[in-house]
Ligand binder design. Structure first.
Ligand code: COA
Length: 270
């Protein structure tokens, strides 16, 4: 892939946006490559969880590539926003944990990319913001929605309308990120969290994502989604293993096996 580096180690797939000379700005090629990497995330059973980060020490992603904006018609710009949203929905709805390691500027589309991940860690040099109003624009890749979801309407409104940048500690205080660490510790911190998650029942982890995402999906009743997911788990070999291991006072070994009962959803999860 031209603009993205990937590696897979101990079940953790790292996706690095690699355009450091342009502060990893998201152009069409990055989106194409990101979608190719996401195909792999969905299809490859050896991938248990994912880190998304940026190349270099200055920037996670400094936004959509502004040089691609000139000359777009109304229809083309709507299509651009929808394509970006679609890619970020694939991240948000992936059945495996996807964590953003924000290693510097997370501006515009970069902040939107980080927010589409299941949770975020950041290095202490990072800056977050939605500066689109500086360009006569608004966020187009889900930023107006997810910023409100993550930090609340009042704070989100202020950031969206003022284009203000906030630092890593302010991002921690408002709940945009879960941890702030020195840059050299960022990936290791994410790996240590993902190693814990990867030791849990994979199908159950996937169902946690699905049920928590249902909170923000007005086409779904989150409690119904939760109950169905709970039932799904009862039909997995992992649930039998987890409960047996507890009763036998031993450590569970999860295989992430598909449901024992074929009458429930057969959508492949990993
Ligand atoms: N799109 C396209 N190119 C971008 C970019 C973006 N979103 N952000 C940075 N770049 C490019 C710059 O044009 C520059 O390229 P050049 O060396 O060929 O001129 C290179 O990345 C380095 O950026 P530069 O502005 O020189 O770095 P800086 O340290 O002075 O400033 C920022 C860093 C992040 C404050 C500044 O680059 C910036 O404001 N970027 C745009 C942020 C934005 O508005 N994002 C939302 C887009 S919708």
């Amino acid at each position: 892939m031209e603009t993205i580096l990937t590696s897979l180690e101990n079940g953790i797939y790292t996706i690095t946006i690699n355009r450091p000379d342009k502060l990893n700005a998201l152009n069409r090629q990055v989106f194409a490559d990101l979608n190719t990497a996401l195909d792999e995330v969905y299809a490859n059973a050896d991938i248990r969880s994912v880190i998304i980060t940026g190349a270099g020490t200055k920037s996670f992603v400094a936004g959509a590539d502004i040089s691609e904006f000139s000359g777009l018609s109304n229809e083309q710009s709507i299509a651009l926003a929808k394509a970006g949203q679609q890619t970020f929905f694939r991240i948000e709805n992936a059945p495996k944990p996807i964590v953003a390691c924000v290693n510097g500027f997370a501006l515009g589309g970069g902040c939107e990319l980080a927010m589409s991940c299941h949770f975020r860690l950041t290095s202490d040099n990072a800056k977050f913001g939605q500066p689109e109003v500086n360009l006569g624009l608004i966020p187009g890749y889900g930023g107006t929605q997810r910023l409100v979801q993550l930090i609340g309407k009042g704070k989100a409104m202020e950031l969206l309308m003022s284009a203000a940048m906030i630092d890593a500690n302010a991002a921690l205080l408002c709940g945009l990120v879960n941890y702030v660490v020195p840059q050299e510790e960022l990936l290791n911190k994410a790996i240590s969290i993902l190693q814990v998650i990867n030791s849990k029942a994979p199908l159950a982890v996937g169902k946690c994502i699905e049920a928590a995402n249902a909170v923000f999906d007005e086409t779904k009743n989150g409690y119904e989604v939760e109950a169905a997911a709970f039932g799904f788990c009862f039909d997995t070999a992992d649930m039998k293993e987890g409960t047996s291991a507890f009763l036998e006072k031993r450590k569970a070994v999860f295989a992430g096996k598909k449901p024992l009962c074929t009458s429930v959803s057969s959508v492949p999860l990993w």
